[in-house]
Ligand binder design. Structure first.
Ligand code: SF4
Length: 189
């Protein structure tokens, strides 16, 4: 029987993907929240709570949520040398890889047949690069990778419907600083 482990980066992106996939897996769907990139514990907890709240409101107790743990030290150690490469740069490649690898490891350990990630929903992410990684991990772990095209607009609708918190930066310290710089530039112009 088919089963899916879906990596969730945040509730807004999760909303569109769970909506698209839920019926295809007959309730055999679990969500993994593994995001060591998030800059503070408070923000990590906030995003996790939103994932839990959204899933409970929409699916009751039908979707299990796995908390991958907050491993920000690991993220800083592995990504710090590439911190200045900007969004979509090498820093993001490592960040995607860290989260996708863990998803495949968990899926394989649990005997699940499929893995997917919500990372490709956002237009700010490099979906082609993420999907290429997913296909490489599929071969390595013998877990099928689902690389669907998810509807960003659908996530906006669901965010409105469920009053989901939409963060204004991707997650890491650098992305928060880049957000601040963008705001400053807008303020100055
Ligand atoms: S910008 Fe986003 S994807 Fe890139 S490293 Fe930071 S948290 Fe990860």
């Amino acid at each position: 029987m088919k089963s899916l482990l879906l990596h969730a980066c945040c509730a807004p992106c999760l909303s569109a993907v769970s909506d698209a996939l839920y019926n295809g897996f007959d309730g055999k769907l679990a969500v993994l929240f593994y995001n060591p990139n998030i800059d503070t514990r408070a923000e990590y907890d906030r995003r996790l709570r939103e994932v839990e709240r959204y899933l409970a409101a929409r699916y009751g107790k039908n979707i299990e949520i796995l908390n991958g743990g907050y491993e920000q030290d690991r993220f800083e150690r592995e990504v710090a040398p590439f911190a200045a490469t900007g969004e979509r740069g090498e820093r993001c490649t490592l960040c995607y890889a860290m989260r996708l690898s863990r998803t495949f490891e968990e899926a394989a350990a649990r005997g699940m047949t499929h893995a997917a990630t919500t990372l490709t929903v956002s237009p700010h992410k490099d979906a082609a690069r993420i999907n290429k990684m997913g296909l490489a991990l599929e071969r390595h772990h013998a877990v099928n990778y689902l690389s669907g095209t998810w509807e960003y607009r659908r996530s906006l609708d669901l965010c409105r419907e469920y009053a989901i918190y939409r963060q204004d930066y991707c997650g890491c310290r650098e992305s928060a600083a880049e957000r601040d710089q963008r705001k400053k530039r807008r303020g100055a112009s």
